[in-house]
Design a protein around this ligand. Structure first.
Ligand code: UN1
Length: 513
């Protein structure tokens, strides 16, 4: 731990060996069982966190509800100032937090820092947004009337986040929700509870310094049962959940039962189309980073490469060559490109997927496998693999959260490639590599990619925070982060004001007394 300064990072972030897992800000409590956070880097227990029990949960919701009443009346730009200060904390603690993300989750240190940078960026975005929560004004059909709309704070926002972006996804939600006047209850993944404790410590300091009430930022910990308390709770008008399609379907139904709102960020099955006019060098960089970055555990990871037959052999050779350069190992060592998978379950999913590919008759171009020996003792390090596969195979239709890239060929027009790319249940991210304007525009047109994200000459992963992030179909339809994603965190109200002495009715209705 010393080698990479992890102990120091934990200390700086106020993460202890045993942590209470429930917090309303500065107050920490909880009597529940301990969850162990085990690093996939070296299989060491980093620390433990107490699960939230029902009683703790009730305390959290009551405190959040009370805080909301105060927070919602504070002018939005003043709430923005709090988020600005949080952004400053993140700047000051980028190094230890990025390190802890890398160690607890297993992504490369560069990506750990990148994740914290996303948090800083969304804070900056939210600060500006705090002066721009605009509605529209309309012209009334009645004389002496004015119509406009306003956005008001919604209430308690429940955030359920996944292990792969253990801190950034929380911040996308929470930074916006706070400037919108909401209070948040966060249930992080059980696999990454310590980075959540660290974040809660950082925001708690800001809230305390500004003399704000407990309950604006709350943390609960535990498994899906704790999540269920949130999703079924009428006092929580919005649930923002990131995770698998299976999880999302359960959450959506639970929230719908009480007619709550949900914002879902579920699986992706992202493809890059490579046309005959593609810049092959750029294609290789984009595809390799997309497929092996975060060890294939981004929801935006590149899973399929759909290559035109004219350049197929060339791309195949270039990409298999590039895979030979990949260094797999301790993600805290900056010489390595690829760290471990999150845990042994993820490793068996990966192995199972490769088996399925072979059963279907897929041609393995770059062999996978679990790495053994010195440095790989955790059993979570795997080799990124490439297989030639067909789009309709069950295993290709699924999102396997691992570094497996499927290569497939298309012929003829770009429409044939688009059909393949759209021929999956997921609809998160997509990309085309081409220098041909006509092909690019067809890919972006109404008859083009059906995904929430469609890129030209950029890979599928690594979206900037300024755009709305999310996807269609079974990806869940939610949008968070930039653009006007903030609107889901507010309730919308249409106001009509009559400044005359008459009461004309709309639609010309006469009602004389
Ligand atoms: C995720 O994998 O859940 O676009 C989020 C990206 C990152 C976010 C990924 N900015 O790859």
């Amino acid at each position: 731990l010393e080698d990479y300064g992890i102990r120091e990072a934990l200390e700086k972030l106020g993460v202890k060996e045993i942590n209470e897992g429930t917090s309303t800000g500065s107050h920490w409590f909880g009597e529940g069982e301990l969850i162990e956070s085990v690093s996939p880097v070296d299989d060491q227990v980093i620390g433990k966190v107490r699960q939230t029990n029902k009683e703790d949960y009730e305390k959290v919701v009551a405190t959040a509800g009370a805080a909301f009443k105060q927070w919602r009346t504070m002018p939005a730009p003043q709430r923005g100032e709090i988020v600005r200060q949080f952004g400053e904390e993140l700047r000051a603690f980028k190094e230890p937090l990025g390190k802890l993300v890398s160690y607890e989750m297993g992504k490369s240190l560069q990506e750990g820092y990148g994740e914290v940078q996303e948090m800083i960026d969304i804070c900056d975005f939210a600060v500006g947004l705090s002066r721009q929560l605009h509605g529209l004004t309309m012209h009334s059909e009645r004389p002496g009337h004015r119509m406009y709309e306003q956005y008001h704070p919604l209430g308690i926002v429940g955030i359920i986040s996944a292990f792969n972006f253990p801190v950034a996804v929380w911040s996308w939600n929470t930074a916006l929700a706070w400037v919108c006047g909401d209070v948040c209850i966060w249930k992080p993944s059980e696999k990454t509870p310590l980075t959540a404790v660290a974040c809660q410590n950082l925001i708690a300091r800001v809230l305390k310094k500004n003399d704000l009430p407990e309950g604006i930022s709350c943390l609960i910990n535990g498994n899906y049962k704790v999540g269920e308390w949130l999703t079924s709770d009428k006092r929580v008008p919005l649930i923002s959940a990131t995770g698998s399609i299976r999880m999302g379907k359960i959450v959506a139904q639970e929230v719908a039962k009480r007619l709550g709102k949900s914002l879902l960020e579920l699986g992706g099955n992202n493809a890059i189309i490579v046309t005959p006019d593609a810049d092959i060098k750029m294609t290789v960089i984009g595809a390799v980073f997309g497929a092996v970055g975060t060890c294939g555990q981004r929801c935006t990871s590149t899973r399929r490469l759909i290559v035109h037959e004219d350049v197929y052999d060339q791309v195949k050779e270039a990409i298999t060559d590039a895979y030979k350069q990949l260094k797999i190992g301790n993600p805290l060592d900056q010489n390595n490109h690829v760290g471990p998978l999150i845990d042994k379950d993820a490793v068996s999913n990966y192995l199972n997927a490769l088996d399925q590919v072979k059963k279907h008759g897929g041609n393995i171009l770059v062999e996978g496998g679990v790495l053994e020996g010195e440095g790989f003792e955790s059993g979570c390090y795997v080799k990124p693999a490439i297989a030639e596969a067909e789009n309709h195979w069950d295993i290709v239709q699924e999102e396997t959260f691992a570094p497996i890239l499927y290569l497939m060929k298309y012929s003829g027009d770009v429409e044939n490639a688009i059909e393949l790319q759209n021929g999956v249940v997921q609809g998160l991210s997509s990309a085309i590599m081409t220098t041909n304007l006509r092909e690019a525009e067809r890919f972006l047109s109404a008859a083009g990619s059906d995904c929430g994200i469609a890129n030209v000459n950029i890979g599928t992963s690594g979206a900037e925070i300024g755009g709305a992030f999310g996807g269609e179909k079974e990806t869940g339809g939610g949008r968070e982060s930039g653009s006007d994603a903030w609107k889901i965190y507010m309730r919308r109200q249409t106001n009509t004001i009559n400044y005359t002495t008459e009461l004309p009715l709309a639609q010309g209705i006469k009602f004389d007394l």
